[in-house]
Design a protein around this ligand. Structure first.
Ligand SMILES: NC(=O)c1ccc[n+]([C@@H]2O[C@H](COP(=O)([O-])OP(=O)(O)OC[C@H]3O[C@@H](n4cnc5c(N)ncnc54)[C@H](OP(=O)(O)O)[C@@H]3O)[C@@H](O)[C@H]2O)c1
Ligand SMILES: [Zn+2]
Ligand SMILES: [Zn+2]
Length: 363
């Protein structure tokens, strides 16, 4: 078992890449360091961030870019200094590939690697040696082993893959903000992240789990995932007034700046918390201070989760039998899949699979 000198992946070459213009090509991975592992990719989810990046929505992307940061595969090469991972392990990699890990780093030394100022994303980001990170719409990936997490045996690769970014991005703020028995939680946006929000809020035992979507077309799905209530912001009459002061915590996964933020805040109870995890390409709408002052509410944000958080989530998911709604697609179909995702067709996460990698890479 080993990895080739060159990897292959779907490369985006300009800001039209998400419109079906990815090209399958070879690329040279970063140089192999003793802390690195090579992973033969079995599955990679399609995250909303892949599309923001492919179209340079958050600022100029460094092309050619290989996106994808919801990766599961088998380890085929292990650096001499790696202690947490063995050859043949099935591991997952999320949106982060590197941080400084120094004892004098406030973030890394406190288990907050995802906020380290030296954080390197799994794609479109520069490692300290100047090489660019390349993601998981590919056959292999090379990453520092600290950011490769073992997958519990009972989780299927295609289910675990989207947990590595989509899952942890909602699980971490739910857990950090007290979601559990007796709590009333709302999840805004029923896409990949949002559907994980409903499923995890339910698995955490929340008293009330409210799906907040624009339209009513996902109501049956949301209830099947565990939602106790449903609000359709573009279709329900006077929803903000009807449901005012009903929620302790709201997690917003909305990916567009075009959102009724003040109305979402009306849904909070006194001392309620609103956490934005969706990352629109433009500023959030302005809000009146009284929306916060009047009820002592807090607005915050949250970014993915640390390797320890991811490990905890994976074991929680295995123990509770958490089952995301994924649609498996062949890696060959990446172009079509990205277009379908952008058109809002995913129910609720597309996962690209390299079927010929299953089995062969296992020891
Ligand atoms: N904070 C982090 O660490 C982190 C990590 C991963 C992803 N993200 C970000 O989270 C966001 C969601 O990612 P995702 O993978 O869940 O994407 P997604 O599957 O496309 O879901 C986004 C959802 O936002 C809702 N939405 C509301 N207004 C919209 C509009 N005008 N246009 C499109 N959608 C709208 C839609 O839900 P309804 O149809 O139900 O209204 C849609 O399903 C992205 O911005 C992504 O970059 C952040
Ligand atoms: Zn992501
Ligand atoms: Zn650090």
């Amino acid at each position: 078992m080993t990895s080739p000198a060159e990897f292959h992946g779907w490369l985006g070459h300009d800001n039209k890449a998400a419109q079906g213009n990815l090209i399958w090509s070879s690329f040279k991975p970063k140089s192999f360091n003793p802390i690195d592992v090579d992973i033969k990719i079995l599955a990679c989810g399609i995250c909303g961030s892949d599309i923001h990046t492919l179209r340079s929505g958050w600022g100029a992307t460094h092309y050619p870019a290989c996106v994808g940061h919801e990766i599961v595969g088998h380890v085929v090469r292990v650096g001499d200094k790696v202690t947490n991972i063995k050859l043949g392990d099935r591991v997952g990699v999320g949106a982060q590939a590197f941080s400084c890990l120094r004892n004098d780093c406030e973030e890394c030394s406190n288990g907050l690697e995802q906020h380290c100022t030296k954080m390197v994303g799994t794609y479109n980001a520069k490692y300290p040696d100047g090489s660019w990170s390349m993601g998981g719409y590919a056959d292999y990936i090379r990453v520092p082993a600290h950011f490769a997490i073992k997958i519990p045996a009972s989780l299927k690769s295609e289910d675990a893959a989207p947990m590595m970014c989509g899952g942890i991005t909602v699980f971490a703020p739910l857990r950090n903000n007290g979601a559990g028995p007796g709590k009333k939680v709302g999840i805004v946006g029923l896409g990949g992240l949002g559907h994980f929000g409903i499923i995890f809020a339910k698995a955490l035992g929340c008293e009330k789990v409210v799906a907040i979507s624009r339209r009513r077309n996902k109501v049956e799905d949301a209830k099947a995932m565990g939602a106790t209530d449903y609000i359709a912001t573009s279709e329900d009459d006077k929803w903000a007034r009807k449901h005012a002061r009903s929620l302790d915590l709201i997690i917003s996964t909305v990916s567009s700046p075009d959102m009724p933020l003040e109305s979402y805040l009306r849904l909070l109870r006194t001392n309620g918390t609103f956490i934005q995890v969706g990352a629109p390409e433009d500023k959030l709408p302005p809000i009146a201070a009284f929306g916060l002052i009047g009820k002592g509410c807090k607005i915050g944000g949250s970014q993915i989760g640390s390797p320890k958080d991811i490990e905890y989530m994976l074991h929680f998911a295995a123990e509770k039998g958490v089952k995301p709604w994924v649609q498996q697609r062949s890696m060959k179909e990446a172009n079509k899949c990205v277009v379908d995702m952008e058109d809002g067709h995913a129910r609720y996460r597309y996962v690209l699979v390299n079927p010929d990698h299953e089995g062969r890479a296992k020891i």
